[in-house]
Design a protein around this ligand. Structure first.
Ligand code: M6R
Length: 361
């Protein structure tokens, strides 16, 4: 049931602190800054040479996020849209670990990518929410995200739990592949243990409905970010378009000047995501879009610095490790999308033309 909430999506957004508590439960060791994944003791991934993350939609954005974290720790990691994996035929070696990210564990394109990877000799790992799903049967191993059932077609709490589970996996991989814990391991473990409370703070202080109302007559909605904020921008736009039916696009902030800037006008609000890394460069993009008259909503933990000074509005997130900040920023964008769709009276839990689970290619 919706437990008093008007929509499953809104309920699931609010379930995120609990979902994240389950995702990290028993998996963090604050004393040594380590992660403890039941099925993957230290050394499990010692012979992994590269990672391919295959997934679709929101799960692909989680895969992009994770690839960025892994690459920053010296692990060659590449995200693929699972449906393109067959077409691009990337080289798979016995040292390749293919990580399939799928909430449902039943997405046809993702299952197909796993089958191809296996046939080519790769090791496979499923990151999923559903025990006993097809993907768990196809893969050599599984990492459950433990978000709990998600009814709304729009993926919300499962994205947060996917990113969190993949962050844990990243630390395990970094230790196994490079021979030592990542330099940030302690800080990451600390930030992840605070994450459920930080998400609660975002939910308790949310002002997204006012932002949605202020910009409800816009022509289009753009989302920009760098590094891990890039997949968060893509995810913010996906959520916005799928439930509001408004035109929403996410871009790498660095890409703006190479084309998308031509679309920017006073009627295209730009949501700029700041995670504490590469913020200066993104701020200069903010100034570029403002010079074209676009209003800017900054999602940032820096609420009394230069970013807030320039932005027209700020959606605040608690200060945390930059690698974890993207999860908090995404919660703000979920709320913006939800309120925008609600103002337009859209059928939020069952958007037109979409299904929760896409079992045909
Ligand atoms: O079940 P999966 O994670 O494999 O689903 C993949 C996509 O269909 C899914 O993430 C979709 O993009 C979301 N429901 C959009 O909110």
């Amino acid at each position: 049931t919706k437990g008093g909430y008007e929509h499953f999506m809104y309920k699931e957004i609010h379930e995120q602190p609990g979902a994240l508590r389950r995702t990290i439960h028993g998996r963090l060791n604050p004393l040594n800054g380590g992660v403890e994944l039941e099925a993957f003791p230290p050394g499990t991934f010692a012979d992994v040479e590269q990672i391919h993350l295959v997934a679709m939609g929101t799960s692909h954005h989680a895969g992009m996020y994770a690839a960025s974290l892994m690459a920053a720790r010296g692990i060659p990691a590449f995200p693929f849209m699972a449906g393109e994996y067959a077409v691009t035929v990337p080289p798979v070696t016995p040292g390749t670990l293919v990580v399939a990210v799928s909430q449902s564990g039943e997405t046809a394109d993702t299952l197909d990518a796993v089958r191809r990877a296996r046939a080519a000799g790769a090791r496979t790992l499923a990151v999923t929410n559903v025990v006993g799903s097809s993907i768990t049967r196809e893969c050599d191993a599984e990492l459950l995200i433990r978000a709990g059932p998600e009814i709304g077609v729009a993926a919300t709490k499962t994205f947060s739990s996917q990113v969190t589970a993949l962050t844990l996996l990243t630390e395990r991989l970094a230790e196994d592949v490079t021979g030592s814990k990542s330099g940030d391991a302690h800080d990451i473990v600390d930030a992840l243990s605070r994450l459920p409370g930080d998400v609660q703070e975002v939910l308790d202080t949310a002002t997204a409905s006012a932002i949605a109302a202020e910009y409800q007559d816009s022509d289009a909605y753009f989302f920009i970010g760098r590094g891990i904020a890039h997949p968060v921008a893509l995810e913010g736009a996906l959520k916005f378009k799928e439930i509001s039916y408004e035109h929403a696009e996410g871009f790498a902030a660095s890409e703006l000047k190479h084309g998308p800037l031509a679309l920017v006008t006073p009627l295209t609000p730009v949501f700029a995501i700041f995670t504490g890394e590469e913020d200066e460069a993104t701020l200069s993009n903010v100034k570029e879009v403002q010079a074209r008259g676009a209003p800017v909503v900054a999602i940032t933990g820096d609420t009394d610095g230069e970013i807030s000074e320039f932005a027209d509005h700020v959606l605040a997130i608690p200060e945390t490790h930059p690698d974890v900040a993207g999860v908090l920023a995404n919660v703000q964008l979920q709320l913006v999308a939800y309120h925008a769709a609600k103002l337009l009276d859209r059928p939020i839990d069952k958007p037109r033309n979409l299904a929760k689970c896409v079992t045909v290619e």
